[in-house]
Design a protein around this ligand. Structure first.
Ligand code: HMG
Ligand code: MG
Length: 310
């Protein structure tokens, strides 16, 4: 086991990528109006988010909730300085992303064969070959390529995932020209020491500025896992407003860690995010209201209750 890094200072600034409109809403069984998705993106950018994962150009048969990708992308304001990303599993998805002038495409490979088959209907090796032209075309058009490694801390179908398997996919994604690598705990099973070991391996291949963590909170470990990453100097994380979401092909997995909870932690540590927590809570209340429920975020609920009492 690797030693705990005791004296590494925590980062002074953290970048949060809000994946709520995509990873969050993709899992909703009830219809969500494109206008509400657009309004959510606007509220997130008004709250100071500078990176937003807006939607997915995937098969509408596989993920019906993302069938309105073109409408949502056409409806959002595109202020300078905000990066809007979209998921693209293949060249058909890339064509949609290009037509919508997305700033960044997200390709997503799994560290587990079983999950790769269930999520994108092909092996890991086949998926890399599908992503290769996507990455090439994106770079040729000046779009950034972000790659997610799913099931890096465990798989709903195969269970344990060896660090070597994560490492192998990271390298293959770098080899096809990915600019950024996100290590994803798709089903939220990881714990802090294991997360550090996976990240330490990734840090040998990926510069810190282009490495991020994507933690689902199924087992309540996401904030602790983010802290474990901060201890290594990692300073980019995905999070989902109101704690929305999950993956339709990872049954039982809950949403990503709530963006509000991460912002509260970071500001408490004196780490800048550029995000206005009150406005973010408004965004959480808005989308949760549209879905007819309360936010999953502990911080959002605490602050909303405090507002009512004052
Ligand atoms: P397939 O059925 O093997 O694909 O699906 P195909 O090439 O045989 O095409 C079948 C049909 O889909 C055809 O239509 C294609 O035109 C259409 P038909 O002729 O039957 O009418 N099609 C598409 N339509 C729209 N956009 C496209 C597209 N591609 C094909 N891009 C495929 C393969 C990859 C398409 C499918 O499996 C798929 O869409 N999977 C996406 C699953 C997904 O979105 N999962 C959730 C996102 S991943 C995630 O959440 C994890 C992440 O958050 C990180 C983490 O937490 O781990 C990123
Ligand atoms: Mg996810």
């Amino acid at each position: 086991m690797s030693p705990m890094p005791l004296n590494t200072p925590l980062p002074t600034h953290v970048t949060l990528v809000d994946v709520g409109p995509r990873d969050g809403l993709q899992n909703e069984a009830q219809p969500v109006a494109a206008a509400d998705k657009v309004a959510l993106v606007h509220r997130l950018q008004d709250a100071g988010l500078r990176e937003i994962e807006v939607t997915s150009y995937v098969s509408p048969k596989w993920v019906p909730q993302m069938a309105d990708a073109a409408e949502v992308m056409a409806g959002i304001r595109r202020p300078a300085g905000v990066r809007h990303s979209v998921l693209t599993p293949n060249m058909k998805g890339f064509e949609g992303a290009l037509a919508a002038r997305a700033d960044e495409v997200v390709i997503f490979a799994a560290a587990s064969e079983a999950f790769s088959q269930r999520n994108i209907n092909c092996s890991i090796a086949e998926s890399i070959e599908r992503f290769r032209p996507v990455a090439e075309a994106a770079r040729a058009h000046g779009m950034k390529v972000r790659a997610a490694v799913s099931c890096a801390l465990g798989c709903p179908y195969q269970g344990e995932v060896p660090i070597a398997a994560v490492d192998d996919v990271v390298q293959r994604l770098l080899d096809i020209g990915s600019d950024h690598i996100g290590i994803a705990d798709t089903i939220g099973v990881g714990t802090a020491q294991r997360v550090q070991r996976v990240m330490e391996a990734a840090m040998k291949r990926v510069p810190l500025a282009e490495l991020s963590g994507h933690f689902h909170d199924t087992y309540g470990q996401a904030l602790t896992n983010i802290y474990a990453c901060l201890e290594l100097g990692i300073h980019t994380f995905d999070a989902s407003v109101a704690g929305l979401g999950g993956c339709p092909y990872a049954k039982g997995a809950t949403g990503n860690v709530a963006t509000e909870d991460v912002v509260y932690l970071l500001h408490g540590l004196g780490i800048a995010t550029g995000i206005d927590l009150d406005k973010l809570v408004d965004a959480a209340a808005f989308i949760s209201g549209a879905l007819g429920r309360k936010p999953v975020s502990r911080v959002a609920n605490a602050l909303l209750a405090k507002r009512q009492n004052t």
